[in-house]
Design a protein around this ligand. Structure first.
Ligand SMILES: Nc1ncnc2c1ncn2[C@@H]1O[C@H](COP(=O)(O)OP(=O)(O)OP(=O)(O)O)[C@@H](O)[C@H]1O
Ligand SMILES: [Mg+2]
Length: 263
């Protein structure tokens, strides 16, 4: 793979300060400060409902009622210039069941780059994206006839079409078998290492945390830790990231109780 990214990897791809999001009557993200380093894989982990999808939507610019500072690839989140530089795969894969894998990608490639790229160039991009997610032998199968894991890989291929500098993937490995999960994580590492892509990947499966370069651990709209898996384990005296996470949750609950009683 070629390195398409022009950004130095040490520069943060995402920088948030006092990031707050209100949804309906609730504040679902509460004054978050964090950075996502460029050219690396950052895992966003935490239990269901803690705010992972909301944070990702804020980063890609589709979330309403966002306050605080949120810079993405050097621009404020949601800036129109970022649209072609970010790939986003939502939690529910959106592909057209009545089109083949290749037709789905042709369609999205045409939307991404209307009229600009030559037919040959577009064909090349589509072929590469299909190969990236290992669906070459299924390129002419109807998406409706694919397995769940294959369908989610079509969504991922769509996100890879534009050679994004930042790839935001919301629980991309849910429901996949161990072999596919491993293959996808290998792809993520290849994208980071060889194309300089920054990846922000959410999961509530803690063993996936071990595969990330950096972790943001969330709970109830707050960030409990922003660290490397090694540092996190060392700091909490834990063998696994899961144990470290539970340790931090207990500490946060105790701190909360102390605050209550001293008020
Ligand atoms: N439209 C809405 N109005 C009010 N609250 C909402 C709305 N959408 C989501 N929420 C709340 O925001 C919080 C964060 O939701 P979010 O989808 O970001 O969580 P998540 O960490 O992605 O969960 P999961 O792991 O289940 O996908 C949840 O507590 C949810 O109930
Ligand atoms: Mg979610």
């Amino acid at each position: 793979m070629m390195n398409y990214s022009s950004r130095p990897p040490e520069e943060p791809a995402v920088h948030a300060q006092d990031l707050t999001v209100v949804r309906g009557p609730r504040t679902v993200l509460r004054g978050l400060d964090f950075t996502v380093p460029g050219g690396r894989i950052t895992g966003l982990l935490g239990p269901s409902g803690c705010g992972k999808s909301t944070l990702m939507r804020a980063v890609v610019g589709t979330q309403a009622k966002v306050t605080g500072t949120l810079d993405v690839l050097g621009r404020p989140a949601g800036h129109p210039a970022l649209r072609t530089r970010i790939g986003y795969v939502t939690q529910a894969p959106s592909v057209y069941d009545d089109l083949t894998v290749r037709q789905n990608l042709d369609y999205f490639a045409a939307i991404l780059d209307p009229g600009r790229a030559s037919a040959d160039r577009r064909h090349e991009k589509v072929t590469r994206a299909i190969a990236d997610v290992d669906l070459t032998t299924h390129a002419d199968a109807l998406a409706g006839n694919l397995s769940g894991g294959q369908r989610s890989r079509v969504s991922l291929a769509v996100a890879l079409l534009g050679t994004p500098e930042l790839l935001v993937l919301d629980e991309p490995t849910v429901g996949l078998d161990p072999v596919l999960r491993r293959d996808l994580w290998n792809l993520f590492h290849t994208l980071a290492a060889e194309r300089g892509t920054t990846l922000l990947i959410s999961s509530h499966v803690m063993d996936e945390a071990e595969r990330c370069d950096r972790l943001l651990l969330m709970r109830a709209g707050e960030i409990l830790a922003d660290d490397t898996p090694d540092a996190l384990r060392a700091r909490t005296g834990s063998e696994t990231v899961e144990a470290a996470f539970l340790h931090l949750v207990d500490a946060a609950i105790t701190a909360g109780r102390t605050k209550e009683t001293t008020r």
